[in-house]
Design a protein around this ligand. Structure first.
Ligand SMILES: *Cc1c(COP(=O)(O)O)cnc(C)c1O
Length: 409
């Protein structure tokens, strides 16, 4: 018998089931990234590790398309990146305008509220893009500290056009903050060209990495605001002025960096540059078009307007069965369960207002491949047919193939 009733021999060796991750994240991790994770851990102040941090910073600047000095990886998931951006530039009483067209805009508003800010939410129904006129009206002139918006709203599948919003923020004398968690590595992100002041991302969406790090970048304007604060940053762990002393020249210990996750992110970024960012974006667009064609050939509806769809996150309306109680919500659970059990495929359900009404199919990073599209279309066709959902059989894969073939020609 062993400690506290634990008998280690009764635990099976670690063996996660094989899964094709086609939900809203985490997404499939590239084998080279998994290999990098398994490299020997070295010290967080080892000169070899410090050199790796420098490399990672230049890779992240190139990924964000920025010259921002203050560009690094926060130890934590995407939400830690969100909180790091907000907590460093906001002080109690500051006025913040948040564009809210999904769950993640709402999360930014919640964090800013906890920081004691005067938060103005500019909302549109989930599934739509923000209205620039409403944002301009909310910003006013010279009274707003920050405009916060989400580039790719993973909760709804809507891609937001950013340049017009950052221009409005600048005209109003406000900083701009953009959530790039699902966009970075899937669609073009142009931090400097668009005039974005603060941005954050996460590793488990389009970067083909496990969750655990949040790349962030602060413009010189954002750094000036950080330096001019009247009060200390209310979070010790996320205080960028202290983190900068570790990531910058001083190399002062702040917290122990998650060494192996930094190896993984470095490898993941290298993979993106080996393929080339334009080719990576084109790959996401191509497989999105193939998946959309297949879903529509099945008779399924894509509720987000075509012009604002996120290629890497496809929202699908759950079909109505004409039997049973709350049939949409019932089919939701049953079908996602069957995909996972019978096919080893994970897709996402709806979040917030869209719960029980939509599925979210992610084609992110290493998951944006032909095999993913073929497998999920085949599995959906079988399981929807079995559930009696009145779909059109035999047409989905040919529709997807027609897209791939038109690209090859
Ligand atoms: C996933 C996601 C987040 C949160 O990231 P976590 O890694 O789950 O903390 C924030 N914003 C968007 C748009 C996301 O998709």
């Amino acid at each position: 018998m062993t400690q506290a009733g634990i008998d280690p021999t009764r635990f099976a060796p670690l063996s996660p089931p094989p899964r094709l991750l086609l939900g809203p994240g985490p997404s499939p991790v590239h084998p080279r990234v998994l290999q990098a994770l398994a490299a020997p851990t070295i010290g967080h102040l080892d000169p070899a590790f410090l050199a790796l941090m420098d490399e990672l910073q230049s890779l992240l600047r190139a990924l964000f398309r920025t010259e921002n000095e203050l560009t690094f990886a926060v130890s934590g998931t995407g939400s830690a990146g969100m909180e790091a951006c907000l907590v460093n530039v906001l002080e109690p009483g500051d006025r913040v305008v948040v564009g809210e067209n999904g769950v993640f805009g709402g999360r930014m508003a919640e964090i800013a509220t906890r920081l004691g800010c005067d938060v103005v939410r500019v909302s549109v129904p989930f599934g739509q893009a923000l209205d620039p006129d409403a944002i301009a009206a909310a910003l006013g002139t010279g009274k707003t500290k920050l405009l916060a918006v989400v580039h790719a709203e993973t909760s709804t599948g809507v891609l937001q056009s950013i340049p017009e919003l950052t221009r409005l923020a600048r005209d109003a004398g406000a900083l701009s903050l953009v959530d790039c968690v699902t966009s970075l590595g899937g669609v073009p992100v142009e931090i400097d060209e668009w005039g974005v002041d603060l941005a954050y991302s996460g590793t488990q969406k389009c970067l083909s990495c496990p969750p655990g790090l949040a790349p962030v970048t602060f413009s010189p304007r954002a750094v000036a605001v950080l330096r001019a604060r009247r009060s200390k940053v209310s979070s010790w762990y996320l205080d960028a002025s202290m983190l900068l002393q570790y990531w910058g020249r001083e190399r002062v210990y702040h917290h122990t960096a998650p060494i192996n996750m930094l190896y993984a992110l470095r490898e993941a970024a290298l993979l993106l540059f080996e393929e080339g960012l334009p080719a990576v974006h084109a790959r996401h667009r191509l497989h999105h078009r193939a998946l959309s064609a297949g879903l529509q050939a099945l008779g399924l509806e894509l509720p987000v307007a075509e012009a604002v769809r996120i290629p890497q996150l496809n929202t699908v309306r759950i079909p109505q069965l004409d039997t049973g109680r709350s049939p949409q919500a019932q089919l939701d659970g049953e079908l996602r369960g069957a995909l996972l059990r019978e096919h080893g495929i994970e897709i996402g359900g709806g979040l917030g207002a869209m719960k029980g009404r939509v599925w979210r199919i992610g084609l992110m990073g290493h998951g944006a491949r032909r095999e993913s599209v073929e497998r999920v279309l085949d599995a959906l066709e079988r399981e929807l047919g079995r559930a009696g959902a009145g779909i059109t059989a035999g047409r989905a894969l040919p529709a997807a193939r027609a897209i791939w073939e038109s690209e090859e020609r």
